[in-house]
Design a protein around this ligand. Structure first.
Ligand code: BV8
Ligand code: ZN
Length: 257
């Protein structure tokens, strides 16, 4: 496979990148698309065949726990078989370029962590663990799915076990959201990659960063409601665009000395 195409950064963006110290990467399901995982919206997306309110809500779980459990067990199997793609790996390598970089993801697939990103905020939780609705006790999803692939398992206390993700209508983990908001409000560079930027309060981070003066870069084959705020838009799949952007950043920081 040929190396990354030579991406020419607009002068003003190159300037900002050369000086950038505080960097936030904000990612969505599109970044995991090239790991073989479906996005939520857009062609072939998960939600195309079902509506979010049907499955990713506390009411849906209340109404039919086994059906919701089976959907998450199915997604968990796919995630377990998936591997980080060049976009996840490039973002992990940015830790050498920007030591304090923070990756804020809406994804629940742990692929940024598996790629090596250390400073990571999972705004919508993670498929890796389940917890008991009654006593809160957490345990690995792998163990719960192995024990009960087709129906929502119960805790020793009798409570139902549920995936450790944030459902629609549920509050995001407070510490995670606070850290994401604080870092977005201080970022020199904010890269929004693979997200339709339609789910709140996560999507609000883009504007928080822009208002605070960050240089915003968007990586998405499609436009989003926040494309207008981007100083640079890479309208290409993340698996191709992020390695190209990485090479351009390395060149630009080497020139800046
Ligand atoms: C809450 C976990 C209140 C579960 C998910 C205003 C303020 C606050 C809330 C709201 C509000 N307006 C509406 C709401 C309610 C709701 C909301 O935002 N609804 C939307 C649909 C309008 N928000 C909530 O319910 C949130 N909770 O606000 O609670 C509250 C407050 C206090 C106290 C109590 C209650 C909770 C939201 C979290 C829901 N959980 N996930 C699970 O995974 O099953 S959201 C789900 O959507 C996923 O996490 C997903 O990541 C996320 C966002 O989607 P994206 O990641 O952007 O993915 P999507 O498919 O949409 O887009 C993919 C993009 O990739 C596309 O643009 C495509 O072009 C691009 N792409 C495709 N291929 C590639 C690519 N890009 C790059 N490379 C490629 N190869
Ligand atoms: Zn329990």
């Amino acid at each position: 496979m040929s190396g990354p195409e030579r991406l020419a950064l607009p002068g003003e963006v190159a300037e900002r990148i050369a000086r950038a110290r505080r960097v936030v990467v904000f990612s969505g399901a599109g970044v995991s698309r090239e790991s073989g995982l479906d996005t939520f919206r857009g062609a072939g997306g998960l939600w195309e065949r079902m509506r979010p309110e049907e499955l990713a809500t506390p009411e849906a779980f209340q109404r039919d726990p086994d059906r919701v459990w089976r959907w998450y067990a199915w997604r968990f199997q796919h995630v377990a078989e998936a591997a980080p793609n060049p976009a996840h790996l490039a973002f992990a390598r940015w830790q050498e370029l920007f030591p304090s970089i923070l990756v804020v993801t809406q994804n629940v697939d742990s692929l940024h962590r598996r790629a090596g990103s250390r400073r990571l905020v999972e705004l919508h939780g993670s498929l890796a663990t389940v917890f008991c609705q009654r006593c809160g006790r957490r345990r690995p999803m792998a163990q719960a799915v192995a024990a009960s692939p087709a129906s929502a398992p119960r805790c020793e206390c009798g409570g139902l076990l549920r995936p450790g993700v944030v459902w629609f209508g549920e509050a995001l983990p407070v510490a995670a959201l606070e850290e994401a908001l604080e870092e977005a409000g201080r970022a020199d560079l904010f890269v929004s990659a693979g997200t339709s930027a339609t789910v709140y309060p996560a999507a609000g981070l883009i504007e928080v960063a822009w208002r605070a003066g960050a240089c915003v870069i968007e990586v998405n084959p499609e436009p989003t409601p926040f494309t207008r705020l981007a100083a640079l838009r890479l309208a290409a799949p993340a698996g191709q665009a992020v390695p190209e952007l990485t090479a351009a950043i390395e060149r630009c920081r080497a020139q800046a000395g």
